[in-house]
Design a protein around this ligand. Structure first.
Ligand code: PEP
Ligand code: MN
Length: 447
């Protein structure tokens, strides 16, 4: 493959770019992106290649992908406790899935860079005041004031700094002993008793027994002491992603070194758009969110643009149809992809098609509806003879009350108890565990 020229990497500038902030000052933007361009990459290109190979295995049904984290990370929550709780939740879910389904689980955080959000409207009006919409901490502040809502390009540098610290802690936790499977029972300390936790304890005890048995037999446990944990976010903010796109010293190819895996959102996936153009030149594995309005021809054109060589592991299609639409719309898309023999990883995002607003004006989702979409997804893929390869969820490691239902039966009234998300509602720690048990059962049932 030839090395791309700077002109090719910058071709996105000539394409229509949706969902970008109107930076008020061009000089300020140039200064901030110059700083970003001089910063070290957050990930190494070789790690992105490792992930591509793992995603290729998941495409073949030899692994399952778990991608989870906040809808929107925020700067004030990039703290040790919050990060640890989130990692622990993903690791616990992964243990449940691995043990339950006897499949390796590829772990991907919506973490260390999920700081920019697409919005349905460019402005927000409260009373007689209209201000720019909140677009994520990498762009502006959530507070409803002219000062906070003014897009500030230096926030991209701040997002980079928080992402760097987050990634450092992720690497420390996953490589430094915290993720040691022999401590699987420890991970649950501090949580109150409820059905999901009791089930987890039981499973952790079984794993503990198996691990001790193997140790007594003299097995080598290096593989159990560390886990690989990859970072991902929506590649939305073009100025940020371009500034972190670097040429790999090994082979001269560009990688977007802001994360291992990047996805294109439902609102920015036009094959002719700026996002597709920029990402077509980087070698990272890529995701494409697809909602109920997706046409097979658009998805195939976008996939051709991003992956003309049909490279295994390169493209993940993340279906987010809604529980009532998944069985109606997904089968046709799966058939269309099969018809051109394109290798893709099919993932299910059961969150974004199931959001609604309560009569009290709270944005939420129902746990049962979320699970129902996962069931529909598995049914559709298996019916088509394809592989249901992964799960993409919005979750937090904390005991928030943002999604209704689950075994704690969070209802309308309980939503207000601890609703912290600034954008979409997330599964709390216990709902996330509960989901893992249910998905493990789906994975285990006849393939
Ligand atoms: C998201 O993942 O937070 C998101 C905005 O998703 P989508 O692009 O699928 O709407
Ligand atoms: Mn979201």
């Amino acid at each position: 493959m030839n090395e791309p020229t700077a002109a090719q990497l910058d071709a996105y500038l000539t394409r229509p770019a949706k969902q970008q902030p109107l930076w008020p000052n061009a000089d300020e933007l140039a200064d901030a992106t110059a700083v970003l361009r001089a910063r070290p990459p957050l990930v190494f290109a070789g790690e992105a290649d490792v992930l591509t190979a793992k995603l290729a295995a998941a495409q073949r049904g030899e692994a399952f992908v778990l991608q989870g984290g906040d809808c929107a990370e925020i700067f004030v929550e990039a703290s040790a406790d919050r990060i640890r709780n989130k990692i622990r939740t993903v690791l616990q879910m992964a243990v449940v899935l691995t043990y339950g389904a006897s499949l390796p689980v590829v772990k991907l955080g919506r973490m260390a860079g999920q700081y920019a959000k697409p919005r349905s409207t460019a402005t927000e009006t409260r009373g007689d005041v209209t201000l720019p919409a909140y677009r994520g901490d990498a762009v502006n502040g959530f507070e409803f004031s002219p000062d906070a809502r003014r897009p500030d390009p230096w926030r991209m540098v701040e997002a980079y700094n928080h992402s760097s610290a987050t990634l450092n802690l992720i690497r420390a936790f996953t490589m430094g002993g915290f993720a040691d499977l022999r401590l699987v029972q420890e991970w649950n300390r501090g949580f109150t008793a409820n059905p999901a936790y009791a089930r987890y304890e039981e499973l952790a005890a079984q794993i503990d027994k198996a691990v001790r048995f193997m140790a007594a037999c003299g097995a080598d446990f290096e593989a159990l002491k560390m886990v690989e944990f990859f970072s991902s976010h929506e590649a939305l903010l073009l100025d940020y992603e371009r500034a972190l796109t670097r040429i790999d010293s090994r082979g001269g190819q560009p990688y977007d070194c802001s994360a291992h895996f990047l996805w294109i959102g439902e609102r920015t996936r036009s094959p002719e758009g700026a996002h597709a153009e920029l990402l077509s030149h980087v070698r990272n594995p890529l995701g494409i969110k697809i909602g109920p309005s997706a046409h097979a021809s658009d998805i195939l054109r976008l996939a051709d643009k991003l992956d003309p060589a049909h490279e295994p592991g390169r493209i993940s299609l993340i279906s987010r149809m809604g529980a009532d639409q998944v069985r109606v719309i997904l089968p046709g898309l799966v058939r269309a992809v099969q018809a051109v023999q394109r290798p893709v990883l099919w993932m299910c995002d059961p969150m974004h098609g199931n959001t609604f607003t309560t009569s009290a004006g709270v944005k939420t989702r129902r746990f049962d509806t979320v699970i129902e979409e996962v069931r529909g997804f598995f049914e559709v893929l298996r019916e088509a003879g394809a592989v249901p390869g992964g799960l993409h969820v919005e979750l937090t490691g904390d005991d928030v009350t943002e999604v209704m239902g689950g075994s704690e039966a969070i209802d309308d009234a309980a939503l207000s108890r601890r609703y912290e998300s600034v954008v979409d509602p997330r599964l709390n720690h216990q709902q996330a565990l509960e989901m893992a048990f249910q998905v493990a059962e789906l994975l285990r049932s006849p393939r």
